[in-house]
Structure formats: C-alpha cells, structure tokens
Design a protein around this ligand. Structure first.
Ligand code: TRP
Ligand code: ZN
Length: 898
C-alpha cells in the first residue's frame, strides 16, 4: 500500500517543458498478465536541465540513448525517471512492463471483458510508459500492436492502419500512424474480439471517411443509434462551425468498465457502453438522448480539445466548457429539427431547462462548498478531482455568455479566429477569450472583455438583487441590478484576494398587469420589442425604461442568460401571472419553479414545527393551469409540472433536514395527484404513443408527461393508479414506459406488488448489464430502502464493486439520491458511506473520490446529521494508505468548512 503526501500544484508555477518530442514510436507486446512496451522518442533540447519523465506502476526493463545502454546516467526516483547527459538531439529508447489484468483503477492500460483498453486523460499515459505526461508536449505517434490473433483479432489505435501481418506462435500485428501531433493523453489502443457496425460518408470537401462503432459480440443490434448520432454530429459541425472531420477513419469503441462517460482519443473514441448501446426494449428516452449528446461531445472535441488542446490541466475548461456548450447546441438543434417555428422554440427551451436543472442541482452546491473553484482552478492536489460540474457545466455557461455578448454570428467568427490563431497548439483559456475579444472589440468599439475574464478566476455563484421603481408621473420605470458574491472554498482562507464584480449579461422583459409584454424604450432612444439585455459590469447599475403606465411585473434572467441567483420579491400573484403569460418560455417555467419552491419550503418549516400538511388552493390552481392550458407541448408541460429537486430546494435552506424536505416534497406530489386526479388521468390517456417506438423529442415528451402523470397519481394513492401502472408494466413495448411504471410501483405501490414486478424485471433482463444497472438503481433510490437493503443487494451475484457502472448504480445512487435511507439519524448511512469509500479506494481512487464528495457539504445539515458526518469524514481521512484523490476531498471538506 502506498501513502501519498499531498502536494499542491499551482497554475502560476507553469514552466514549459525543456524538450521537444517530435515523434513517438510505441511497440506493444500485449499480454493481459504482463505487457511489454518499447518506446522510442526523438527528443530535441529547447531549454535547460535533464530529461524528466513520469511513470507509475511500471517495471523498468532498459534505457538506451542513441543505441547505447544508458545505465548509470539515469535515476528512478518515485514516479520519475531522470536522464542526464543528453545532447541537443537524442533518440531515447525505453522498455518497460505493466500488468493490465491487475489494473483495477482503469487508468492506463487495462482489461475489461477480455478486451484491452486504455484511458490516458488526465495522467494515465504514465501508467503505460515513461513519458512527459503533460498536455503541452505534442508528438506524432506511430504504434505497433502485437497480440494473440484468436483472443485479440481486432487491434486498434489512433489514426490510420498502415500495415497488418501474421506472426509466429498464432500472434499478429497491426501498424497505426496518426498524422496529427497530439499530447499523450489522447493516445489510445483497443485489442480484443469485437463486433462492429460501419458507414461511409463524404465530408463537405468531398473526402470519403469511414465511421465505425465497435462493441462486444452479441451487442451488434444496439449500435445503430450511436452510428447515426455520429453521422449527425459530423454534419452539424460542418454546418454550424464549418469544422470538418480531418481523418480518413473515425472509430468509437464501447467498454463495459469505464471511469467516466467517454474519452475523445484522436480517431479512436472510447466510450462507457452506457453511452453507445441502445434499443427500444432496453434503453429509455433519456438513454437515447444521452447517447446522442455524448457522441456529439466526444466528436466535437476533435477540434475543441484535440486540434487545439490545453497548455496545462488548469486550462481544462478550455476544452470541456467549450465542448459541453457545443454539445448543448447540437442537441438543441437536433431537437428543433423539422419542427415549425413555435414547436422548435419550445424544444430549445426544454433543452435549456434540462441544462439549467443540472447546473442548479450539481454545480450551484459545488460552487458554495469546500471544493468550490473557478472554472480555471488556481491549484489542485489531484487533477482527477477537477473533472467537475464547475469546469464542465459552468464552463459551458461562461462560453454561452460570450455567445450572448457577441451574438451567435459574432461567436462563430470568434471561434474561427481562435482556430486561425491556435490550430495545432496547446493554449490557455485566456487565448480563447482573446480571440473572442478581438471580434467583440470590432463590433463594440472601445469595449473589451477584461471584466468578463473574472468568470475564469473567481469562484462562487453571484447573486443579483433586482429592484423596480415606477414613477407614475413621468411614466418611467427604473430597474436596478446589484451583484454580490461571497468568498467560497479556498477564497475563504486568509490572504485570498478580494472579489471583484462580474460582467453579467442579464436578459429582462416587463409585463403589464394583464401579462402583455411592454416595449422597452430607454432614455437614449434605444428600443427593443420585448427582451432587453442589461450588461451589469459593476457592483450595481440602473436602467430606465420610458412610456410605462403602471408598475410592471419583471420577467428576469430570461433564458438563464447568466449562471447567477436572482433575488426579487415577487408576490404569489405575480408568479402566477408569469406562469400564465410570460412570453419567454424559460422564465415562464422558472416562475412555476419559484412558486413550488416557496410552497415546499414553507410546508417544510411547518412540518418541523409540528403543524399538519395542507396544500394551498392557489398552488393547486397554478398547477392545474399548466396541466390544462392549451398550446403547450407535452415535453414542456412535463418540465413545468415537475417539482424542483431536493438538491435544488436544499440550497434555499439555512440548515438542511433532508428527510423532512423529501417527505414534504412527496406529500406535495401526492396532494397534487389527488387534487388534480381527473386531469392527470386525462394526461395519461392523451399522451399514449402507439406504434413503433421512436426516441424523437415529440414522442419522448409525451412519454415524459404521461409517466409524470402516472407517478403523481401513484404518489397520491389515487384509485386505479396501481392497476394502471401494473398494466403499463406488463404491456409496455419500450423501456421508458416499462421502467417508469416499475419505478412508480416500487416507490409508491404496495410492497407485494412491487417485489413481484422487481423480480420479474430481473428475470427478463439479467443478461443485459445496462438494464441490470437500472434494476439496482431503482432499489438503491427507493423509498423504504435502508443500509440493510443495500448491503443485501451487494451480496447479489450480479453485484461487483470493480465495475464502475455497477458501483454507481447501487452504492452511489443510495448515498447521493436516497434521502430517506441515507440520512438516518442513527448515522448508519454515513458509516456505510465510509466503508464503501475505503473499499473503492483500494480498487479505483478516481471513483472513490467521487463517492467521497457525497459528504463534502456536511456543515450545511442540521446538527444531528452534520456531527456524525464529520466523524466519518475524519475516520476516512485518518485511514492509512488513503489515495491522493480521496485525501484531497475529505481534507478540504473538513478544513474549508463552507
Ligand atoms: N475528456 C473526457 C470528456 O470528454 C473526460 C474523461 C473521460 C476523463 N475519461 C476520463 C477524465 C478519465 C479523467 C479521467 O469529458
Ligand atoms: Zn469532454
């Protein structure tokens, strides 16, 4: 066991690497138990000092320089290999060995289901061979793979296949060459028995390219949607940003064991099988849409990440924020495709709502807790801990704000300028903003993005307080915006610099008392029809609108124009008006969420004070109006009728009592079910999707509304709901309907019926790992599940902690998404958490650290819970041999109490 002493790496300490490595030749003799890697590097000195290479869990066999044994002129010290006495140019040859079969961390070279895979981002290449494992060292790779031909018939790596040959002893080899220089984190190989589906297409400039999707034998019927998604992604990047596929061959491979979603290795993307394999019987609407989004995401990295990469890992959002933004836009365009203007606008709003829901549930809490960091962090102990909602999702919001400030056309020009300046380079976030700024300054003479850049250096979610003053005599309305952002995370430690105001694009509309939009005319004569973009760049600022007869109702932060929290004291009546009439569909949804938040929080306080639960009539009527108002499509209606999540609600509480909150949310749902039973039943009937299954957004929207209605009726224990759910479970012809019915039964149905359908479900699907994951998740999150239930499930033959998808489906789901079972006052949930963090840490530190984060906001909870949380955090921290990954998370949780 090894004990890591935490070392803090700082952005300001960046130094260029003192050698160029023009070419890398790698020869692999693949054997699951013991693989030999021969690496030849052409190095040229460009700075001072010896050649220092990284290596981890490697056995060093030999080191040669220019064909001579280098013994005595190199040292191995921990995880570095230092070579002295090199001339200006040298050919370095290193032979090493590693043990793929024993690699449970799934970083570097590992075996999954008998197939070799690699994962090199962020620092996995050093587990394959000795190398400067940093993204600013870019080289041309040629790769030779050798392996037993029977067991490993497919031998894949980056770029183009240039040669294949049979060898003695039943082995064979394949030679691959990648024409594009790349950092080592984009290296990949796959070797094994795989089946594939392929297609050919012509890129915009007329080149024919081969697209392939590989997966394990037997799954060939489940890769069609992935291949079609890839074709759509290729087309979309050509159309929207004029970016073309630059390789002759582009491969995607599905892996059953994978730490994250997917990886954008040049020309050889490796995916978690959950984001590749789907058919109507086994995958839900959500699975289909995630597949399209992740395939898009990894494909788009080919330009934003691979052609232009990161100088160092502090710049991670340079590629991730930008690529998430691109995949969000791709999904929005795919959802809107083929619809009339109004339906297309609604589809885009639905996508925006879904992204904001994710941001609020995952990123806002992170930005207020001990792990808070700017989208470009200043320091880290383990980079694997910074693949966060902040770097990804808030990073995407920061890119989106630039598009808002520049307009979409300006943003497209800015992106073209970015590639004109930096194609083939490893650059910084500041280089990106500078390219955007060059366009912004052309279009807005005298202005720049210097204040905007603070989004990259400051953490925290800004709060914008809105005040409205109306003067009947002058018919003027003044809007004041005031921003503040408390120090968070390490910003709270002594010596941190004071925080400065952000540049916040704030979209606003004004409605009259009937809910009609008011034209927005400013004193300088500038007039817009209904939405004004206010640019707040100082602590506070005012805008005055003219010709306004009476005090208007403001529609604020339309389309979520900035990742901020709005503070404005609406009356319930004003929220109800916005819910009915706001012309901005996003703000209209938001009004309903605010009303529901108010109702649930008030009821939670009442419950804590021992008063009975009663839902206010006005709230029921507001919900009825959304359920029955004409002109809304089903997908939008489903979002508007979904109560805010517990995670989002908890952010509004001074001290969180998760069980009380969950109970009140469930009671609210049940009360809505009973009060509006006839309308929910009508929604079930009106939103059936007979005929062949299609994952298109219109059909998926109908299923979303129908299944929400069914769950709400079940939560209300309304007569006939159980029969309806059982009927739907039995006759469903797609997984969305079957799983929704099952989930309603498991959460709100009688114990015997629920046990019966759960057993039936496992019986039917036991051979499909992705469906078995769903089966574990259902039980992990079910009301009624306790630590004992989960421990029982861990002894099920299908359970394994080594498979990340399986661990996530049971252990993570219980700790993160089961408030009733996890937050028991007896601390049993927390002790279970500690035992699982430690068990996982011995296998896979990256995964363990993600579970560790389940408690990082412990100080936010009521004292009866925060104290036992603190105890288990301390217990984990003092465990001998704890990984650097988990150490960073639990130390920050204990030391930077937010
Ligand atoms: N770059 C990957 C993405 O597209 C993220 C990723 C995949 C990753 N696997 C990883 C990051 C393992 C760290 C470790 O977002
Ligand atoms: Zn990515």
């Amino acid at each position: 066991m090894r004990t890591d002493t935490p070392v803090t790496i700082r952005r300001q300490n960046y130094l260029p690497f003192p050698y160029d490595i023009a070419t890398v030749r790698l020869e692999f003799d693949l054997d699951p138990a013991d693989t030999q890697v021969r690496s030849q590097l052409e190095v040229r000195r460009t700075g001072e000092g010896p050649l220092v290479l990284n290596g981890e869990d490697l056995e060093l066999v030999s080191v040669q320089v220019d064909g001579r044994d280098w013994a005595g002129r190199y040292q191995v010290d921990g995880d570095t290999l230092t070579l002295d006495g090199l001339g200006t140019q040298a050919r370095v040859e290193i032979v090493s060995r590693c043990r793929p079969e024993a690699n449970s961390a799934l970083m570097g070279l590992y075996v999954s289901n008998g197939v070799f895979f690699t994962q090199c981002e962020a620092e996995g290449f050093r587990r394959i061979t000795w190398f400067p494992d940093r993204p600013d060292v870019m080289s041309r790779y040629s790769v030779v793979l050798r392996a037993d031909k029977k067991r490993f018939p497919q031998l894949l790596s980056n770029g183009n296949l240039v040669k294949q040959a049979d060898l003695a002893d039943g082995r064979h080899e394949a030679h691959w060459e990648d024409p594009f220089p790349k950092p080592c984190y984009l290296f990949a190989l796959v070797a094994g028995a795989l089946t594939w589906r392929e297609s050919r297409m012509r890129t915009r400039s007329g080149r024919e390219v081969l697209l392939q999707v590989y997966s394990d034998p037997g799954s060939e019927g489940k890769t069609q949607y992935a291949l079609e998604s890839l074709e759509r992604a290729v087309r979309w990047d050509e159309r929207r940003f004029s970016l073309e596929l630059d390789l002759d061959r582009f491969m995607i491979v599905a892996a059953r064991d994978f730490n994250m979603g997917a990886m954008e290795n040049k020309g050889l993307n490796i995916f978690n099988a959950a984001y590749v394999l789907a058919d109507p019987e086994s995958a839900t609407d959500a699975n289909f849409s995630a597949i399209e989004a992740v395939i898009g995401h990894e494909y788009f990295h080919n330009w934003t990440g691979n052609r232009v990469t990161c100088r160092d890992w502090f710049q991670l959002s340079l590629k991730e924020g930008l690529t998430v933004f691109r995949d969000q836009e791709f999904t929005a365009d795919m959802m809107a495709q083929g619809l009339d203007a109004q339906a297309a606008a609604s589809a885009r709003t639905v996508k925006r709502i879904d992204d904001v829901v994710t941001l609020r549930a995952a990123q806002f809490p992170e930005d207020a807790g001990p792990m808070a960091h700017p989208i470009r962090p200043e320091s880290y102990q383990e980079i694997g801990n910074f693949y966060t909602a902040t770097v990804y999702e808030k990073g995407a919001e920061v890119i989106r704000m630039q598009q808002t400030l520049l307009t979409p056309a300006g943003f497209t020009r800015g992106l073209a300028e970015y590639f004109r300046r930096h194609d083939g380079q490893a650059v910084t976030c500041d280089d990106f903003v500078a390219a955007m700024e060059s366009v912004y300054a052309q279009d807005h003479p005298g202005r720049d993005l210097s204040v905007f850049r603070r989004w990259y250096s400051q953490a925290g979610t800004p709060r914008v307080r809105v005040t409205i003053e109306h003067d009947a005599a002058t018919r003027r309305c003044t809007v004041t915006l005031a921003q503040r952002c408390e120090p968070v995370g390490v910003e709270r430690l002594p010596g941190a610099p004071a925080k400065q105001p952000f540049h916040i694009p704030f979209a606003i509309g004004l409605l009259d008392a009937q809910g009609r939009p008011l034209p927005l005319k400013q004193a300088d004569g500038h007039e817009v029809r209904d939405t004004a973009l206010l640019e707040l760049t100082t602590e506070h600022a005012q805008w005055t609108f003219e010709n306004i007869d009476a005090r208007p109702v403001p529609s604020l932060l339309r389309d979520f124009s900035a990742p901020v929290i709005v503070e404005y004291d609406y009356t319930d009546h004003e929220l109800a008006l916005l819910m009915r009439h706001d012309g901005n569909a996003f703000a209209r949804w938001e009004a309903g969420q605010q009303l529901a938040t108010r109702v649930i929080l008030a009821a939670t306080r009442e419950r804590q004070e021992g008063r009975p639960f009663a839902l206010h009539r006005d709230f029921i009527e507001a919900w009825r109006s959304v359920l029955t108002a004409p002109g809304l499509d089903a997908a939008y209606r489903a979002r508007a009728l979904t109560l805010p999540s517990e995670k989002t609600l908890a952010e509004h509480m001074a001290k969180v009592d998760p069980v009380a909150l969950a109970a009140v949310r469930d009671e609210t749902l049940g009360a809505l079910g009973r009060a509006l039973a006839d309308d929910w039943r009508a929604a079930v009937q009106a939103n059936q999707t007979p005929g062949d299954y299609s994952p298109d957004p219109i059909s998926a929207g109908k299923r979303a509304l129908k299944n929400l209605a069914l769950a709400t009726l079940m939560a209300g224990r309304v007569d006939g709901a159980t029969e309806q759910a059982l009927g739907q479970y039995d006759t469903a012809r797609n997984m969305t309907d079957r799983l929704s019915a099952l989930s309603s039964l498991v959460n709100f149905g009688a114990a015997d019926a629920s046990a019966r359908v759960l057993a039936d479900f496992y019986e039917r699907w036991q051979d499909d790992p992705l469906v078995v994951d769903k089966w574990f998740t259902l039980q992990a999150t079910a009301r009624g599940t306790t630590v004992q239930t989960v421990e029982g499930l861990m002894t099920h033959p299908a359970f394994s902690l080594r498979n990340p998808n399986r661990a996530r489906s049971l252990v993570f789901q219980f700790c993160l998404n089961n408030p009733y079972g996890f937050h028991r006052a007896d601390g049993s949930g927390y002790r279970y958490w500690a035992s699982q963090v430690l068990a996982l840490d011995a296998l896979n530190p990256e995964i363990a650290a993600r579970l560790a984060r389940a408690l990082d906001r412990w100080v936010r909870y009521v004292p009866e819970l925060s104290e036992p949380m603190r105890q288990v955090l301390q217990q984990v921290r003092s465990h001998p041999g704890l990984s650097r990954n988990v150490t960073e998370i639990v130390s920050k949780a204990l030391e930077i109490a937010a």
